[in-house]
Structure formats: structure tokens, C-alpha cells
Design a protein around this ligand. Structure first.
Ligand code: GRF
Length: 200
């Protein structure tokens, strides 16, 4: 069965494209049926349009969180979305939003969580002086980058790294990790036990 996936993003959308391309290549029983953004000018929306994928611009400015989230949830429900992939979506989801798609919301974060949640993860990693960083795909709970981990991929941090050079190295791994995580969740038996995603 092909899972209907909705992508939420705020910016350039390279992780959305990586997911889309991996689905096109086969092996992930899923299809992106909607790309929604909280910023009308998000480059990711334009890319979705070019690919013929349905889009919704749902700006949050001037709306209370609940009112905005109700619009986003309504758009996802209209598109009959079963899985939600956050791909650079710069909004924290409320418990109500998370409850609308229980254990069906994924996020990707550019650090090895639980290290460096929140904004500017690559700056945080450099500031801390870690020698290894990476990315994490996790199920979303109501906390900040705190849900059960599905896939992580690591990269070295070099002495001459800047936030940009580290971000670029991590992004290459993000584009592998996100499709891998979705593939695994859609093609294996799994359950959440405490904080752990247990496969098989
Ligand atoms: C990625 O680094 C992702 O980990 C973070 O936001 C960035 C989004 O990049 N959550 P893109 O829009 O997918 O290119």
C-alpha cells in the first residue's frame, strides 16, 4: 500500500526533494501528496509546483498558534495524508497537532540528538568543540527535537569547519537518512518502547 505523505517546510526544501527522488526511484511505498509551507515564498513550494505536487501556502503571521495549526491540519486531512514529514519546518508543533497524527510525524535535525536541539545546531556543535556531528531523523513528540530516534548518520567535524561547511557535510547525510528512515518505518514492523524505536 502506498502511504500518502504530507511535507511541511519553511525554506529551500532539499530534504523534501531527497524524499521525493527516493520515492520516484522506488523502494519506499509512499507518495508526497501535499507540500505545505508557513512562508509563501519558500523555495520548496516552488520546487513542488514544478514537480506537479499539490502545494498550500499557509502563513502563520497574524494567527494564533492554534488557529494556524488548525489550518495546517485541515489541509493535511483534505489531502488524506497518513504521514507528515517535517523538512526544515521552523515551527514547534503543539501537543494537539502531534495527537492528530500519533507516531506518524517525522522530523530531521542537523545534529546527533540529544546534543544540540533547536536552532543553529551546527553553530552549537562547533562552539562545543565536538569532533563528530551528524543528523537525526526522529518521530515528533510535543518537545523540541525530543522524540524517539529512527535513524542517525554521523560526519567528522574538522578543525577548519565553519557552520556552513559543517552544514553542507551534514546535509549530504540528511538526504540519505530521511528516505532511509521513512523506508524502514513503512516496510518493517516497529513499535515505540519507552524512548526507543524497536524494529522487528
Ligand atoms: C535541514 O538542515 C534540516 O535538518 C533542518 O532544516 C534544514 C532544512 O533544509 N531541520 P532543507 O530546506 O531541507 O534544504
Amino acid at each position: 500500500m502506498t502511504a500518502r505523505v504530507g511535507v511541511l517546510l519553511s525554506g529551500r526544501g532539499s530534504n523534501f526533494l531527497a524524499l521525493h527522488e527516493a520515492m520516484e526511484q522506488g523502494g519506499i511505498p509512499a507518495r508526497i501528496v501535499l507540500v505545505a509551507a508557513n512562508k509563501a515564498g519558500a523555495a520548496g513550494l516552488q520546487k513542488a509546483l514544478e514537480l506537479g505536487i499539490a502545494t498550500e501556502a499557509l502563513p502563520h503571521l497574524g494567527l494564533e498558534r492554534r488557529a494556524h495549526e488548525r489550518r495546517v491540519i485541515a489541509a493535511l486531512e483534505r489531502a488524506r495524508v497518513k504521514w507528515v514529514c517535517l523538512a526544515g519546518y521552523m515551527r514547534l508543533l503543539s501537543p494537539d497537532f502531534v495527537a492528530a497524527f500519533p507516531q506518524r510525524i517525522l522530523n530531521i535535525h542537523p545534529s546527533l540528538l540529544p546534543a544540540f536541539p533547536g536552532l543553529d545546531a551546527q553553530d552549537q556543535a562547533l562552539e562545543h568543540g565536538v569532533k563528530v556531528s551528524g543528523c537525526t531523523v526522529h518521530l515528533v513528540d510535543a518537545g523540541l527535537d525530543s522524540g524517539p530516534i529512527v535513524v542517525q548518520r554521523s560526519v567528522p567535524v574538522t578543525d577548519d569547519d565553519t557552520a556552513d561547511s559543517l552544514a553542507a557535510r551534514i546535509l549530504i547525510e540528511e538526504h540519505k537518512a530521511y528516505p532511509a528512515a521513512l523506508r524502514r518505518l513503512l516496510t518493517s514492523k516497529w513499535r515505540v518502547a519507552g524512548r526507543r524505536v524497536r524494529f522487528g
